[in-house]
Write a protein of this length. Structure first.
Length: 184
């Protein structure tokens, strides 16, 4: 199961490195940071970069949350395994984990990739690809020129807004996106 760990925003990578050094492999199958691709416009051209999907949180996959928690106390970074009280932890629910995995589409780097979109002359999205395709009805905000949309979904016990990067057919980044996805 997946568990969320709260840490200091900006210190996620350091926390992951420390967890990997301190926690026994039997107690932690994997520790990772969820990221998303975004597009920056710099001097008129589009550039792809990655940023944190959930700043201040890292995730672990473990079947032994109690053993993991005991060993987590040895990590000098500020970390808190999310739960009600001492010794009781909230795993990421199966539905939430399935949602996150669907966004990731099996990406080994735990990165939500840009979604291809087609827009009409009024700026409405008329077609889109994965991972946005199944969540187009959840879009609450779109900034086509800035290459992102915001979806609202129930996640981690409450409504959350998640920013997802997009690329529009004809973008200068299109060939790099297609190459990375093995299309070109």
């Amino acid at each position: 199961m997946w568990y969320a760990i709260q840490t200091i925003t900006g210190e996620e990578e350091k926390t992951i490195d420390m967890i990997r050094r301190v926690i026994a492999p039997e107690a932690c199958e994997d520790c990772f940071l969820l990221k998303r691709e975004a597009v920056w416009r710099i001097q008129g051209s589009c550039r792809i970069h990655t940023e944190r999907l959930f700043p201040g949180y890292v995730f672990v996959r473990t079947g032994e949350p109690e053993a993991f928690y005991r060993q987590l106390k040895a990590v000098p970074q500020f970390t808190r395994l999310l739960g009600k009280e001492e010794g009781e932890f909230y795993p990421v629910s199966q539905e939430e984990e399935a949602f996150l995995k669907k966004l990731l589409q099996g990406d080994e780097e735990y990165t939500v990739r840009l979604s291809p979109v087609k827009v009409d002359k009024q700026g409405n999205i008329v077609a889109c690809g994965e991972p946005l395709r199944d969540y187009l009805g959840c879009v609450v905000k779109k900034r086509i020129r800035l290459r992102y949309v915001v979806i609202r979904v129930r996640l981690f016990g409450r409504e959350r807004e998640i920013l997802l990067g997009i690329w529009v057919e004809g973008d200068s980044i299109e060939n790099r996106v297609l190459e990375r996805n093995g299309v070109v």
